[in-house]
Design a protein around this ligand. Structure first.
Ligand SMILES: [Zn+2]
Length: 124
């Protein structure tokens, strides 16, 4: 049985996290989890492999922010270096692994389409 801990925003260590779920599935760093309607990303794993630390991601939080940004429509990860990527192209989200196709829009905003959904592991 593996224990899943939600880590704190400012101190991402396992002993500060709060247990949110348990599972029999094997989990690895970068796995995308779907637990109780929310999305989480595995960022830590202990040596024994029986405890993983996750951070929460929410599309909604990013949509509420009106600052123009290039962000992954799947996990919400924001890329600050996107202005170096030219007018359009395809990239793989380095945070969740989703495939993204983008075109640069006027006034520094981006149209980002989800072209590949990353593998999601559903817990419970
Ligand atoms: Zn992503």
């Amino acid at each position: 049985m593996k224990r899943i801990f939600l880590l704190e925003e400012d101190d991402k260590s396992l002993n500060k996290g709060v247990e949110i779920a348990t599972t029999d599935k094997d989990l690895d760093i970068y796995d995308n989890l779907h637990i109780g309607g929310r999305y989480y990303n595995v960022i830590l794993k202990n040596e024994e492999g029986n405890i993983v630390g996750v951070t929460n991601y929410s599309k909604q939080n990013w949509e509420e922010m009106n600052e123009p940004k290039f962000y992954c429509p799947h996990c919400g990860y924001t890329y600050h270096e996107a202005d170096k990527w030219g007018e359009s192209g395809e990239v793989e989200c380095s945070y969740c692994g989703a495939g993204l196709k983008f075109t640069k829009e006027v006034e520094v905003s981006y149209n980002v389409e989800l072209i590949k959904t990353p593998k999601l592991i559903k817990i419970k």
